[in-house]
Design a protein around this ligand. Structure first.
Ligand SMILES: NC(=O)c1ccc[n+]([C@@H]2O[C@H](COP(=O)([O-])OP(=O)(O)OC[C@H]3O[C@@H](n4cnc5c(N)ncnc54)[C@H](O)[C@@H]3O)[C@@H](O)[C@H]2O)c1
Length: 322
């Protein structure tokens, strides 16, 4: 199967945070989308979430009223897995982060004869080999890990299991790229993939700085957001160092701060378990940080999410990713 053959997609677990985001994205990009979840009440939640996300894109002039109507007309909601999988070429699985439901959904694809359709799990860190272990067709199972919110953030980390075929990986890569995503393929299985490992490496140090009393939760967030974070929207750490080294590029930076960085690394966090009591300290700190935000920036989760999405859209426009 080629990427261009993918016309109809199933989103499994379509009422969840990630499932409803993926469904929004695929509908927005013109695909027919079957949305499956395990109860009618959940399907109603899915309808509301998807409709709200598309309405938001309409309000922001990303889509027209006509394309929104068209997108809504291409959605089909069901609690019947057989019906949900009928006639699709691509399945984006967004069930809870446990092996059992994901393995059962792979088995359903086998049962309904979807031996060529690609099974793409949104898993944040489970192994594809394990998810696909009972499948008759493990070669068509991949991971396709989005970043929240999946309809706005371009990154998709594509992962493989031991038996995933290279042709399937390539098809998935071309499919996501053509749909407007920024896919990357992991050459090996690695728990946490790339972006979450980077995120947790950074967060361990952020937590440590707070616990050591070097700074508050609010200040460690400020240090990231108003410093490196601004550049991260434009380029990654390697390119940042390349530009920081003048005529010597990345080599220049490594010569300049490399030895000092080794000293810092000696002093940096290396713990493997979250220190006792750290969650309460962090929650208290983030509560204060939220209270200190301006009304325009939002003070509640809902207000801040809306503010984030507005700013994200501006950023995405700026870097031609929407
Ligand atoms: N939350 C995030 O930021 C994030 C980011 C990237 C990837 N993910 C991954 O996406 C997946 C879904 O996460 P989420 O945060 O959307 O969870 P969620 O709890 O919001 O959604 C899970 C959905 O799966 C449905 N579900 C439950 N049992 C099911 C079954 N047997 N078959 C099909 N659907 C079933 C639920 O009804 C619900 O709609 C997880 O694998 C998670 O690791 C989450």
């Amino acid at each position: 199967m080629k990427a261009a053959d993918i016309k109809k997609i199933t989103v499994l677990g379509g009422s969840g945070l990630i499932g409803s985001g993926w469904a929004t994205f695929f509908l927005w990009k013109g695909f027919d989308v079957n949305i499956y979840d395990i109860s009618d009440a959940l399907l109603q939640t899915a309808r509301e979430r998807i409709s709200a996300s598309l309405s938001y894109l309409l309000a922001k002039n990303i889509i027209t009223k006509e394309s929104m109507q068209k997108a809504l007309s291409k959605s089909f909601y069901t609690t019947d897995i057989g019906e949900g999988l009928r006639g699709v070429q691509f399945v984006q699985e967004c069930a809870p982060e446990k092996y059992e439901p994901k393995q059962a959904l792979v088995a359903a694809m086998d049962q309904y004869g979807l031996n060529e359709a690609i099974f793409a799990s949104s898993t944040s860190g489970l192994l594809i080999t394990e998810i696909a272990k009972n499948s008759q067709y493990p070669e068509r199972c991949i991971g396709a890990h989005p970043y929240n919110p999946p309809h706005l953030i371009p990154l998709v980390e594509i992962t493989k299991g031991e038996k995933t075929s290279e042709a399937v990986l390539q098809t998935a890569y071309e499919f996501f790229q053509a749909a407007g995503k920024e896919p990357i393929i992991l050459q090996k299985e690695a728990p946490g993939f790339i972006a979450n490992r980077l995120q947790i490496a950074l967060y361990r140090e952020a937590v440590d700085l707070v616990l050591r009393g070097v700074c508050t939760v609010e200040d460690v967030d400020k240090a990231l957001c108003f410093g490196p974070g601004l550049r991260y929207a434009l380029m990654g750490q390697n390119l940042i160092f390349q530009l920081g080294g003048g005529p010597f590029g990345l080599k220049g930076v490594m010569m300049h701060i490399g030895p000092s960085a080794e000293m810092w690394m000696n002093d940096m966090a290396a713990w493997k378990k979250w220190p006792a009591g750290c969650i309460d300290v962090l929650q208290e700190g983030v509560d204060k940080e939220m209270a200190n935000r301006s009304a325009e920036e939002g003070k509640t989760n809902e207000e801040i999410s809306r503010w984030r999405d507005d700013k994200l859209l501006s950023l995405l426009k700026l870097i031609n990713k929407i």
